[in-house]
Write a protein that binds this ligand. Structure first.
Ligand code: ATP
Ligand code: MG
Length: 254
């Protein structure tokens, strides 16, 4: 049984990629076979996983359907999970996602063969409402939404919920959590104490603002590979993974 977990948000720079990489590491440490698919042409998840490959050089073959996408999977440097690197060529993913009959389900189709090897696929999606985002919403079992405490949070979550509804996707697939939390800031404290946006699952864990997360870019490793277990952000990601794991099994059993 393979679960598909997507890190998604309309907003950029909210920690989607950092979370995707850290959860991939945590899940692998729990003994799961994990594939992290970098769907963002910027390739940040690929970079943070210590992988240097892109799909571009080899893309001609898989665009023509001559070889399975699985051939291009790389091993993360130290995290214990696999990576499908970013396709940085202009519109490469768009082309891939449009060449089938029902283009909004192209990603679901591409993911199917991976269920033979993997128990968890984590999708790191770029921020936007787009054809790719539609694909991500349909293909995932759980849409994990990082939220920075603030007044726009509710509006962006509603926009995502509206798009999910338009695609006939159940709202219970959405799970939000707070990230980049700085409790010294009044706005953050107020938002965290206010009632959360209704109709969406909120995970208990929150990820603090921590410079250790930024240092992932320097080490090109998940936080848990260079930071101790009591370091606050590292501990927070470990707790978030436990929340996500429970949520995935809840969704699976209906
Ligand atoms: N908890 C955190 N504390 C401090 N910095 C963080 C935290 N989470 C992420 N960052 C930093 O914020 C920046 C954006 O993070 P990240 O790339 O994970 O976000 P993203 O949502 O994937 O961005 P994009 O929308 O551009 O894909 C990075 O520099 C990252 O190191
Ligand atoms: Mg990102």
């Amino acid at each position: 049984m393979m679960d598909v977990l997507a890190l998604y948000q309309l907003k950029g720079g909210v920690g989607k990629t950092s979370t995707a990489v850290n959860l991939a590491h945590r899940a692998a440490a729990d003994g799961l076979q994990v594939l992290l698919w970098d769907l963002d042409p910027q390739g940040a998840a690929t970079w943070l996983s210590g992988v240097d490959a892109t799909l571009d050089a080899k893309s001609k073959h898989w665009l023509k359907g001559k070889s399975a996408l699985g051939r291009y999977v790389e091993r993360s440097a130290v995290g214990g999970f696999d990576v499908l690197p970013a396709a940085s060529a202009h519109r490469l993913l768009d082309v891939l996602l449009n060449k089938v009959d029902r283009p909004e389900r192209a990603l679901s189709k591409l993911l199917k063969p991976f269920s033979e090897h993997y128990q968890l696929v984590i999708l790191d999606a770029p921020p936007s409402l787009s054809h790719l985002a539609d694909n991500v919403m349909i293909a995932s079992d759980c849409l994990l939404l990082p939220v920075i405490p603030g007044f726009l949070a509710q509006r962006t979550l509603e926009l995502v919920a509206e798009r999910m509804a338009a695609l006939d996707q159940p709202r219970r697939k959405m799970a939000a959590f707070y990230t980049l939390v700085d409790r010294r800031r009044t706005v953050h404290r107020e938002q965290l104490e206010a009632a959360p946006v209704a109709g969406i699952t909120w995970l208990q864990s929150e990820i603090p603002y921590a410079s250790s997360v930024e240092r992932m870019g320097l080490h090109r490793q998940p936080l848990g590979c260079f930071s101790g277990p009591s370091e606050p952000a590292n501990a927070a990601y470990a707790a978030l993974w436990q929340d996500v794991r429970r949520q995935l099994s809840r969704l699976r059993t209906g």
